[in-house]
Design a protein around this ligand. Structure first.
Ligand code: SF4
Length: 337
């Protein structure tokens, strides 16, 4: 039996650009443009990239908060586009999301009990009405909050505690997959670690699989089993966390990693910093061929003409794929023994 719980196949999301009095469609913003990946049961797949690369749109497509322009999402092998209304209700229980901003994602007029218990109102068959308050208190306890604070309002909690409330709501229906969309970006660094540790604890206890979307490479490395790197709506590198971080093969990943601060001063001098020139091109008018060619120091003529596909490393290492005509592993940081 397959251990793949969630699969995206050639997912695309194009937003029309409408101009003029008649609001004619004159182009498309290609936010996600042909992304394929697999998520295995109980694993964490990190999706990393700069702002505007399409990673949050990808998360919403997986939740079916937005319909893809093209492509498919499979959950447990079932095509979500073909699910009946009752199957879709079940699927919505199995995939939940934690949003980025704990300040705006919680309704300030609802108590914590109502917020965490809201999924039980929507899926009223999960827990009988009489047992919901007890279950909400169990969930608050599970995420490290005081169950006695069930009648408090979001403004009475800190940022980290609010994100715990969002996580409690996310796991209320015992999902199999949690989409975490920049769950710690709005938090202080000291609090980020606590929330990441909580997510790891819940994964171990509940067997959850995570799609962890973030722009912070260090946070993604800490929590992820595998990592996908996105650039201008496409996955440009995908592989096991240690391979992607220690032997990145795509020039974009190499540049991103070279910019991550190194705490160990003895390693700083050993690292080549790659400074990317130019801005990220518009997703409404992406470059031809390889989308990274306008900023890539290794670009050659073929890069402008032919789009590279995501494929295994040239040195035979499997499960580490890169979309580059000239992919080769590069050790970004020399490790001291
Ligand atoms: Fe750079 Fe060419 Fe590779 Fe694109 S295909 S990343 S432009 S070397």
């Amino acid at each position: 039996m397959s251990d793949i719980i969630l699969e995206g196949k050639d997912l695309k999301k194009y937003y029309p650009i409408k101009t003029g009095v008649l609001r004619r469609t004159t182009g498309h913003v290609k936010a996600v443009d042909g992304v394929s990946f697999e998520l295995r049961k109980g694993e964490t797949l990190g999706i990393v990239g700069e702002s505007g690369c399409g990673k949050s749109t990808l998360g919403r497509l997986l939740m079916r908060l937005e319909e893809p322009t093209d492509g498919h999402v499979f959950f447990g092998g079932e095509d979500m586009a073909k699910a009946s209304t009752s199957q879709m209700r079940k699927l919505r229980r199995d995939i939940q999301i934690v949003f980025q901003d704990p300040y705006t994602s919680l309704n300030p007029r609802m108590t914590v009990g109502d917020i965490v218990g809201e999924p039980f109102e929507i899926h009223s068959d999960v827990i009988p009405k009489g047992g919901r308050r007890k279950r909400v208190q169990e969930l608050l306890d599970l995420v490290g909050l005081n169950p006695e604070h069930i009648n408090r309002y979001p403004h009475q909690f800190s940022g980290g505690q609010r994100q715990r409330i969002g996580i409690a709501r996310g796991i209320a229906l015992n999902p199999k997959v949690l989409i975490c969309d920049e769950p710690v970006s709005a938090l202080d660094v000291s609090v980020q670690a606590q929330v990441v540790n909580l997510l790891e604890k819940l994964q171990n206890e509940l067997g959850l699989a995570y799609v962890f979307i973030a722009h912070d490479l260090s946070v993604v490395r800490h929590i992820s089993d595998r990592v996908g790197v996105m650039y201008l709506g496409k996955l440009v590198e995908l592989g096991e966390e240690d391979q992607v971080y220690e032997h990145p093969t795509h020039p974009y990943t190499q540049a991103l990693l070279s910019a991550v601060p190194v705490p160990d001063p003895t390693l700083r001098g050993k690292r080549d910093q790659i400074v990317l020139v130019g801005d990220v091109p518009s997703p409404a008018n992406p470059p031809s061929g390889c989308r990274f060619h306008t900023r890539c120091w290794r670009a050659q003529d073929v890069c402008k003409a032919e789009e590279p596909i995501l494929q295994d490393r040239p040195d035979g290492v499997t499960q580490h794929r890169s979309a580059c005509h000239f992919a080769e592993p590069r050790t970004v940081v020399e490790r001291s023994e």
